[in-house]
Design a protein around this ligand. Sequence first.
Ligand SMILES: NC(=O)c1ccc[n+]([C@@H]2O[C@H](COP(=O)([O-])OP(=O)(O)OC[C@H]3O[C@@H](n4cnc5c(N)ncnc54)[C@H](O)[C@@H]3O)[C@@H](O)[C@H]2O)c1
Ligand SMILES: [Zn+2]
Length: 349
Amino acid sequence: MTFSTVEFSFPAPELTCRVLFGEAEGGLAEACSGRVLLVCDQKAAALHGHRLPARLPRVMLPGGERRKTLATVRRLYRVFLEHGVDRSSLIVGVGGGITCDVTGFAAATFMRGIPCGFVPTTLLAQADAALGGKNGVNLHGYKNMVGTFVQPRFIFCDPAFLETLPRREFACGLAELVKTAAVADEGFFCFLERHATGLLQRDRALLGEAIAAAVRIKMGIAGRDERDGGERTLLNFGHTLAHALEKSSAIRHGEAVSIGMAAAAAISVRCRLAREEEQLRLTALLQRFGLPVRADLSWEAVGDALGRDKKKRDDRIDLVLLRRLGRGVVRPMAREQMENHFHDLHMHR
Ligand SMILES: NC(=O)c1ccc[n+]([C@@H]2O[C@H](COP(=O)([O-])OP(=O)(O)OC[C@H]3O[C@@H](n4cnc5c(N)ncnc54)[C@H](O)[C@@H]3O)[C@@H](O)[C@H]2O)c1
Ligand SMILES: [Zn+2]
């Protein structure tokens, strides 16, 4: 049987995502006209509510990875209905990576998509989670299984929010900075090593420089590969194991990524891709930032998470490894190979 085929092409939606550095209150007041709804992380709003324009209505989201679910998204849909949100409205997520993920997903799917913007209030969200247009929620504990690729209209990075971050949350943000540097920019990695002390002291100028570098690198990569088919995969460095850890324990995302990167660096050396010296530099920097580099984890937990990984093809998984600091590579790896590495790394219980 033959088919007659007519092809249709669709112009990509014209959309510019602006990343702005500065004081959020004035910026938001200017950017937000028409019907606006702020979706705020409860804790961030309690600490920084005065930094948001008082005239804008806000709803609160309780925090926690366990709440990054479709149930929370449904709750938001109901709130949108109650507030008369429509396609001319603007939804603004104010909070950490969880708030940005949930809000971005709800906005991208409500009425087939309404515009949204972000005011990330954690270092992790300013340097990573709010950027690039991936919005997702967890399904039965499996990370980011349901999601969209939709760019926010704007992202306001205001350093004032970062002053109240607990030490552990701050370190989690540093983990994603290390990730970006390790796979994409050696100069940035050296910057992080050189200024580790100042960054830990939250020196505003250094922090601003580090966030701006991470934004430039991540937005550059996302602009060239929005849908995660090639170069963007590199930004998943450390995340394969991290997702297994997050599924099986209450560990924070950044801490799980730190452990995942240390393991991936060790595998890179075992595969003769990277030198041991580079693995040691990576783990030394993570430890300098107060991050964990080892975990007590069973192969069953890892194997289960691998089975659901979005980078899985047949029985192989695209694992991000290091060629050297500043240069990541993607290597397909069979499940048995992964299991051998895992046991040799002595991560198992
Ligand atoms: N979409 C993406 O591309 C992407 C990228 C990286 C990470 N993520 C996701 O981001 C999430 C992690 O983000 P996170 O670490 O920001 O977590 P989070 O949103 O849970 O925030 C961490 C904690 O800090 C609190 N908090 C927020 N702002 C604060 C402030 N200014 N002062 C004090 N406390 C504050 C929150 O209430 C929470 O308890 C994970 O779910 C991860 O999967 C998504
Ligand atoms: Zn991450």
